[in-house]
Design a binder for this molecule. Sequence first.
Ligand SMILES: [Cu+2]
Length: 128
Amino acid sequence: MRRLTMISSIAIVLMAVAVSFAMRPTVKGGRPVATTASVAEKATVKISNFQFTPKVLTITPGTTVEWVNDGGRHTVEADDGSFKSDVLKQGDKFEHKFDKAGTFPYHCEFHGDKGGKDMAGKIIVRAR
Ligand SMILES: [Cu+2]
C-alpha cells in the first residue's frame, strides 16, 4: 500500500513537471513568438559559361529571383527595361522581385541581346 502511494505520488510529480513544461509561455521578452513564419519565395539563376541557368525559369508572383555570377563580367537586363543590374563581377549577385504575372525576357548587355539572342533568359511568372 505504501509502495503504491509512493509510485502514484511520483507519477503526479512527473505529470506536474510535464504540464508546466508544456504550458511554458511562448512569449519572450514581451514579443510574441511567430508561429507561422511567412517564408519569402526565392529562386536562383546561375550565371556561368556565358549563359543563364536555368534559361527559362517559372515562378509564382511575389518570388524574388537572385542571379548569382559564377564568373566573368555580365549584366542582367530586362528586354523591356523593367529591371537592370549593375555590371556583375565574379561572386556578385542581383535580385529582382516579380510581383505580377507575365513573361519577362532578359539578356546580358555584353554577350546577348533582346529577343533571346545568345546570353539571354526568361522569367515566367504564373499564379499557382
Ligand atoms: Cu554576359
